[in-house]
Write a protein of this length. Structure first.
Length: 212
């Protein structure tokens, strides 16, 4: 239970394969994460994340702004889906679209994102997937990692909740580095979501406090 006494009911937003989604589902099944994934939303109709959701009996929602003539209709549909499925928390897991500010406002401090680098480095618009690892290697970094942060109205900008480092090896390619970073993502995301489930995360001003 979180500090409001509610069970964490997570809507996972994903655009791709959904491996972080799978790590969340696996952690719940293993009893390591006291939460429920109540829906998976994707802006891509053929996203594997939606297939993973269906396989596990989780409502799978395809929703793209391209299918709406008016922005307001898209936003109200997204909010309606979140409400219909009873979501009280949103976890972005490779969601390659900006979350509408109206959704951020309603779920303020209850939306998190996972990023495959140590923010504020190698973040922002266009910095996702393999592009991040290519930039890390090109820059000559010796250390990279994973960041989980609270989502605000700007790309990769919100308050950091947790980070974990990953060594960059001399013989790394973007692909080998991506694989090791992804392993850490799969460990860290369920751990941090459990902090929220237990009500351990508190936002005070521009600080995130993790309570014991």
């Amino acid at each position: 239970m979180n500090e409001e006494g509610e069970k964490l009911r997570i809507a996972v937003f994903a655009s791709g394969r959904g491996t972080d989604l799978q790590s969340i589902i696996d952690a719940i099944k293993a009893g390591k994460l006291d939460a429920q994934v109540v829906m998976v939303l994707s802006n891509k109709k053929d996203a594997m994340a939606l297939e993973r959701a269906r396989k596990h009996g989780i409502p799978a929602v395809y929703l793209s702004s391209k299918d709406f003539d008016k922005r307001d209709e898209f936003v109200s549909t997204m909010l309606g889906e979140l409400e219909r499925h009873g979501a009280n928390f949103i976890a972005l897991a490779g969601y390659l679209r900006k979350v509408p500010p109206e959704v951020i406002q309603k779920y303020r401090n209850r939306i998190v994102n996972i990023h495959p680098a140590l923010l504020p480095s190698f973040g922002g618009k266009g910095m996702y997937g393999m592009r991040v690892h290519e930039a890390v290697i090109e820059y000559g970094c010796k250390v990279t990692g994973v960041t989980i942060h609270i989502v605000d109205e700007h790309y990769d900008h919100g308050l950091v909740v947790a980070q974990r480092c990953v060594e960059v090896r001399d013989d790394d390619t973007p692909e080998t580095l991506a694989a090791r970073v992804l392993e850490v993502e799969h460990q860290l995301y369920p751990e941090v979501l459990q902090w929220f489930a237990e009500g351990k995360v508190e936002v005070i001003g521009r600080k995130v406090i993790i309570k014991e």
